[in-house]
Design a protein around this ligand. Sequence first.
Ligand code: ADP
Length: 332
Amino acid sequence: MTKHIAILTSGGDAPGMNACIRAIVIAADRQGYQVSGYLRGYNGLLDDQRIKLTCERMHNLLQQGGTILHSARCKPFATHEGQQRAANNLTSAGIDTLFIIGGDGSFRGAHALGKLWSGQIIGLPGTIDNDVAGTDATIGYYTAIETAVSSIDKVRDTADAFDRVFLVEVMGRHAGFLALNAALASASDYVILPELFEDEEKTLAQISKQIKQRQQKRGPVSYVIVLAENVWPGGINDLCERLAKRSEMDAKPVILGHVQRGGTPVSQDRILAVKLGTYAVSLVGTAVSGVMVGTNEHRSVTVPLPQTWEKTKALDEDSLTTMTTLMNHRYK
Ligand code: ADP
């Protein structure tokens, strides 16, 4: 009997989600599976809002940012009643396998659903934050680095022209992957990361000392700081004001915000998305369920869903060492 699989995209949207949907639909079609897409994350599952996904619909989709299924958060799904309704709807619709493309929040929801629904559940990591354990990278992460880097390059131009201090806030939720790699690739002067942040006064002292040292050597200088969101207790404006006072320089805040979620996916995200989508379809009908598919040193792997949030994914030590060497500041 042919299988009926369903896909939804949930939580923070990420470039490459469409590429992943496309890979799933095409790989499923090769097997003769029927594919449906639930709209707006778990909301579509609760309201049984479903569309048919065909190969024809996948034409020219790989390079498009966003998600044709739309994404959303869904408070009712976080309750037992909501999950039970979702399970009932999946059973009524005759779904055999549910693919959830999202971050760790969406996977927590998927795990809870798995206790109430006997069908197969497979998660695919889609978030710009890269904060999902069990996979080398998440779909959307590389594009977000690229977007941040090209923005910081532009900030650098104006910082140089005016010999100004700029603070650029990047996303990442509570993880520093995006901030660290955006700082490395843009030759930023300093980066403030959640994993390493200790103390406001210490950070202010380090930055202003370094600015003064550079001024003594070179005269007027620019200085670009990458700040990961949710780290500085008083927010970016507070940091700007305090830094301007200390360093006696003009300091400007730039919040990159949701621009980091958009855009056409870069090739690394496209490749990751199509690899994981295809691998996920190869698991349909097997006993593997309640897992996320990911990559470990470029090989496709499956990881039990709880491991994606119970373990904290560590920043790459080599990148940290590189940053410390090139940016000439010490955290420890
Ligand atoms: P992301 O998947 O990007 O981490 P969220 O954390 O916002 O995004 O989660 C997306 C959705 O997943 C939530 O709106 C909710 O419906 C569901 N969800 C999140 N956490 C849980 C949880 N602990 N239990 C059940 N459902 C959850």
